[in-house]
Ligand binder design. Structure first.
Ligand code: PFF
Length: 478
């Protein structure tokens, strides 16, 4: 990224977009469109795909969840991602300042900036538990390399995981290590290092996942896994399943909290938002499905419970690593890549907070990242204790970890997405959105507008108020 020494409001040459709405980011711009795709994919692909997607699929009964998830990605996620990138590129500041500026420009209430505040809070909360799980992954890099899984039984692998999460000191060490790593990168700016890392990371991760799927095909339970993942049993669709699937679509695509908005703010004006969005969504969904195809054959072949919860991948993949030749090296390489994937996502979770502190509190990047990183680290301790000392403390039957995850993914991100959609099409003029998206008033733009104007908001509202619960109430009364 190149740095621009202006105040973020420098006007550029007109390319069909009114001069007054063109600004550049004080934080710089991606070196190319490809760099944006890499960074946004780096944000999207992470623990959400490889850790969260499989375990939620298992908890929510398989195929029906996968189907609803994919429908949410296509019908809600893709159009909202376009809207979020579009707003970011037009505002070119931290999400809070972007929303304030755009609302002012469109003659709307300054309260729209609270969308940015909610996003920043969601990023803070997500990163606090994300870092704990990234810590487990880090621990597994070393554990797998040490060869403890060689020839281990399913029971043995499970007890290794249980003993890790039962030890708060070890968890704290890994959580701390991961937060320091993230804070260091963010403090140096989202620069070419991130682009380089993702350029290597994504193909490597893809390749390793493909190999894992290849291995899983020979476990004897592959057909059963395919049926489980892709033959929806509609009797399993409840309001909770739909809510989890929608939350997962937002979580996995990094939507609704300003991460993609801030990355969009570094995007050049000539890039096609539509094409980029499709590429990112496709890559993200493929990684999640590959992870499912690698994990569920193992689950069935070794008689494990699909609803094994957040530890699912840590209790299944090591069995495979323990049995394949060279599994110790291969397995630790896999977990290492997963750490990097988590890292590139974490950077995007912290970026909106740091840019805001730099813009509004006039802090240096280093100071802002240290402050944000420290506070997130502290809050994360609540999540790591949820697996041991605080496991009995529950609110709404959820531990601190479960509750933070549930509220952010299932409520805050969809709500953020809803507000982004409402602003982009109900509060911003069609002319502004069309010119920023770089679309003519043709079929593509109309489809986008329809989805963001009606389908996405209605679907989100219905799911948020738990459509089936209400239906049950209504039908119960009639
Ligand atoms: N999309 C990331 C993942 O799937 O692991 C997590 C994430 C990153 C969620 C950034 C939200 C976000 F804003």
């Amino acid at each position: 990224m190149a740095d621009f020494p202006d105040n973020g409001r420098k006007m550029t040459k007109d390319n069909g977009i009114p001069m007054a709405t063109r600004r550049t980011s004080v934080h710089g711009e991606w070196s190319s469109r490809f760099a944006f795709i890499l960074a946004a994919t780096g944000s999207a692909v992470g623990l959400g795909n490889i850790w969260r997607f499989p375990y939620l699929t298992g908890e929510n009964g398989g195929g029906a969840f996968v189907l609803v998830y994919m429908l949410c990605v296509l019908g809600i996620g893709v159009p909202i991602m376009m809207a979020e990138i579009m707003l970011g590129r037009r505002g070119r500041q931290s999400p809070i300042n972007t929303m304030r500026t755009l609302a002012q420009e469109e003659g709307r209430s300054p309260s729209w900036q609270y969308l940015g505040w909610m996003g920043m809070t969601a990023g803070f909360l997500i990163l606090s538990f994300y870092s704990v799980v990234a810590g487990w992954t880090l621990a597994y890099v070393f554990r797998t390399a040490s060869g403890v899984f060689t020839g281990a039984t399913a029971d043995g692998v499970q007890s290794i995981f249980s003993s890790l999460i039962a030890d708060p000191e070890r968890l704290l060490a890994w959580h701390t290590f991961f937060m320091v790593m993230t804070t260091m990168v963010v403090s140096r700016g989202v620069k070419s290092g991130l682009e380089q890392a993702v350029r290597f990371l994504m193909p490597a991760l893809f390749l390793l996942l493909l190999l894992m799927v290849g291995y899983a095909m020979n476990t004897g339970a592959y057909d059963q896994a395919i049926d489980y993942l892709f033959k929806p049993d509609f009797s399993k669709v409840t309001g909770q399943v739909v809510l989890s699937a929608m939350g997962q679509a937002f979580f996995s695509l990094s939507l609704g909290m300003g991460a993609i908005m801030i990355y969009g703010s570094y995007l050049s004006h000539t890039a096609s938002i539509t094409r980029m969005t499709f590429i990112i969504a496709l890559m993200d969904t493929s990684v999640a499905l590959l992870a499912g195809l690698a994990i569920f054959p193992l689950v069935f072949a070794y008689g494990l419970q699909p609803q094994g919860g957040p530890g699912l991948i840590f209790m299944t993949l090591p069995i495979a690593f323990g049995q394949m030749p060279g599994g110790a090296v291969f397995g630790s390489a896999f977990f290492l890549l997963l750490v990097f994937a988590a890292w590139t996502s974490s950077i995007s979770l912290m970026e909106p907070i740091v840019t805001w502190l730099v813009e509004n509190k006039r802090m240096t990047r280093v100071k802002a990242s240290t402050l944000a990183g420290g506070a997130i680290w502290l809050f994360g301790i609540g999540s790591l204790l949820s697996f041991n000392l605080w496991s009995e403390y529950k609110l709404f039957n959820k531990t601190f970890f479960d509750l933070t995850d549930y509220v952010t993914s299932n409520v805050m991100l969809p709500l953020g997405g809803l507000l982004i959609a409402v602003f982009a099409v109900w509060r911003m003029s069609a002319e502004s959105s069309r010119s920023e998206l770089g679309l003519s008033d043709g079929f593509g733009y109309r489809v986008w507008r329809f989805l963001v104007r009606y389908l996405a908001p209605v679907a989100i509202i219905l799911v948020l108020i738990q459509v089936t619960g209400i239906l049950a109430w209504v039908t119960g009364r009639s």
